[in-house]
Design a binder for this molecule. Structure first.
Ligand SMILES: C[S@@+](CC[C@H](N)C(=O)[O-])C[C@H]1O[C@@H](n2cnc3c(N)ncnc32)[C@H](O)[C@@H]1O
Length: 295
């Protein structure tokens, strides 16, 4: 296992999400780019999180179910099986870990990794509320995961990889910790035009826009790390929900229909768009482990 010295970008992101954890505020800040991203909601009375099917969230305390800074639903994407070991990169308040824990059951195990102490504290206190025995949260960096080699069946992540200042290193770490034949199911922000990859400290980076990769770079970097069967697709459902809930930042004259049409053809659109994507891939390995519908 490697170690990671925190960069200024890590420190800025940590401070930002420390505040989100403390204040339960929104992680989205206005930006000039046409983009959709995450939103937190903490209505203590009612489950209002629209990123996931209602049946996935049923039975969780509303405060836990509503605390998301994600951009999609990696749980449905992951097709988890009982007994699997799952790693959540940038686990935040822990929601995806709890949903995964229900699906892998008592014979499975879920590890959430996050670098922000306030988020870890929130996740651990949420874990006490939902009292699943098969979830643990570890402090650490995506670029130097505190996880054994070849130990994970499935990596999930929700709106986090865009925040890393060194994404190729994150992909190498994902490859290292996955078992042969293991898979990834990621929700992340992706853009149509290259953004300045100068790691940022500003709120556009911390708010999950400025650090987004293009789909082509995402594919290339995953492939160079050794992943196969890579799929990177726009999450149209999440985009529509984000438009409806006012989480889309785009010029007012552009309609929802136009946004969806533009995403389908986005290489040809001059305007920069940054929208949630579904990303799946496999670590090459044992043939019998690859029958998971991702290839
Ligand atoms: C946008 S929030 C998403 C949280 C959670 N996945 C969710 O869906 O609610 C990003 C989270 O990733 C963590 N994070 C960002 N960059 C990280 C890195 N390089 N290493 C570890 N954690 C990181 C932050 O501390 C924060 O909790």
């Amino acid at each position: 296992m490697t170690t990671q010295t925190p960069t200024p970008t890590h420190q800025a992101v940590q401070e930002y999400y420390g505040n989100v954890a403390r204040e339960a505020g929104s992680c989205c800040e206005p930006s000039n780019a046409a983009s959709t991203c995450c939103g937190t909601s903490t209505n203590p009375e009612k489950i209002q999180n629209e990123l996931y099917p209602a049946e996935l969230l049923a039975g969780l305390p509303a405060e836990v179910a509503n605390f998301t800074a994600g951009s999609g639903d990696p749980i449905s994407l992951a097709r988890l099986q009982p007994g699997e070991t799952v790693l959540d990169l940038g686990s935040g308040g822990g929601l995806d870990c709890f949903l995964a824990a229900r699906q892998v059951g008592p014979s499975g195990h879920v590890i959430g990794v996050d670098m922000t102490p306030e988020m870890l504290a929130r996740a651990r206190s949420n874990a006490e509320r939902v009292s699943f025995q098969n979830v643990e949260f570890r402090e650490g960096y995506l670029e130097a995961l505190p996880v054994e080699d070849n130990s994970i069946d499935v990596i999930i992540s929700n709106c986090v990889i865009n925040l890393s200042p060194d994404k190729p290193q994150v992909f190498r770490e994902m490859m290292r910790v996955l078992k042969p034949g293991g898979r990834i199911a990621v929700s992340d922000m992706v853009t149509n035009h290259p953004l300045s990859q100068e790691a940022g400290k500003g709120k556009d980076w911390c708010g999950c826009t400025a650090g987004a990769l293009t789909d082509k770079t995402y594919n290339k970097d995953l492939s160079e790390a050794g992943f196969i069967a890579i799929r990177i697709e726009p999450n149209f459902e999440a985009v529509m929900k984000a438009v409806d809930s006012g989480h889309v930042r785009s010029p007012k004259e552009i309609t929802k229909q136009q946004i969806l049409t533009d995403i389908r053809d986005w290489d040809k659109i001059d305007r920069t768009m940054i929208v949630p994507h579904k990303i799946t891939a496999i670590k090459p390995g044992l043939k019998e482990k690859v029958g998971n519908g991702f290839n």
